[in-house]
Design a protein around this ligand. Structure first.
Ligand code: UDP
Length: 239
């Protein structure tokens, strides 16, 4: 590993929204390619990276529930959306020569491997980027919670949460330009102040397992590698 690198192994959470670019729906392949490039660059520092992808660019379970439909079915649809995104990200990584594998929490053997912790660790040990699809495999959860869960299972030293902005703010900085940006917070700060960065279950799980959360902007090309090298901008949540 390159000297001075902050974390040897990380779990990166990429939302579906990040893959959408400016499109409003679906996947912008050029954006997926750019994110794959950032992952490759970070890998070249000698950091193990696995990824949890969201599905909000395609479907969210609440969209069904809010129109009187069955939430569980809606969440199944949302989890399927994450598998589409995972396949897109793997395609982008492979195009760049990065060996990557998709492991799904929902069995879909014709399309990708099913998740098991041992399989994931073995793939990671062989140098692959492991992409986790299907969230936790359960309705009523989010892919943020899946990020926290997989980070713990993979022994990640940090959970990197890619967002639209360069850290955690007191309020949405796009709505209030005077919102305060935090450099450092504790898990209790995030929970106690109700800061909307990840859902409560995800933050609680990282707190329980003493996993720092690093919140950064996915829109800054190369930022992932800069943060790993200690020069990028992020809010770090740790106890
Ligand atoms: N989902 C789920 N269980 C999980 C993870 C996700 O049911 O463990 C469903 C849920 O409907 C969610 C959708 O998949 O709305 C997409 O995930 P998420 O909203 O977390 O995606 P993101 O906001 O990160 O794009």
């Amino acid at each position: 590993m390159t000297p001075g690198i902050r974390y040897r192994r990380i779990l990166l959470k990429v939302s579906g929204e990040a893959l959408m670019g400016d499109q409003g729906f679906g996947i912008d392949v050029s954006v997926a390619d750019r994110i794959a490039g950032d992952i490759r660059e970070a890998r070249q520092l000698g950091v193990d990276i696995s990824v949890v992808v969201g599905g909000g660019n395609i479907f969210r379970g609440v969209a069904v529930a809010s129109k009187g439909g069955d939430r569980v079915t809606g969440d199944h649809m949302g989890m399927l959306a994450t598998i589409i995104n995972a396949l897109a990200l793997r395609t982008s990584l492979v195009k760049l020569g990065v060996d990557a594998v998709v492991l799904s929490a929902i069995a879909m053997p014709e399309i990708c491997e099913s998740f098991s912790q041992l399989k994931a660790l073995a793939h990671q040990a062989s140098g692959k980027v492991v992409i986790f699809a299907g969230g936790t495999g359960n309705p009523f959860f989010t892919t943020d919670s899946a990020g926290a869960l997989r980070a713990a299972e993979m022994g990640a030293a940090a959970l990197f949460k890619a967002t639209q902005v360069d850290g955690i703010y007191s309020e949405d900085p796009k709505k209030n330009p005077n919102a305060t940006r935090y450099e450092k917070l504790t898990h209790d700060d995030v929970l106690g102040r109700g800061l909307a960065v990840m859902d409560v279950a995800a933050v609680a799980l990282t707190r329980e397992n003493k996993i720092p959360i690093v919140v950064f902007s996915i829109h800054e090309k190369g930022e992932l590698a800069r943060i790993l090298s200690g020069t990028g901008r992020a809010t770090v949540v740790s106890d």
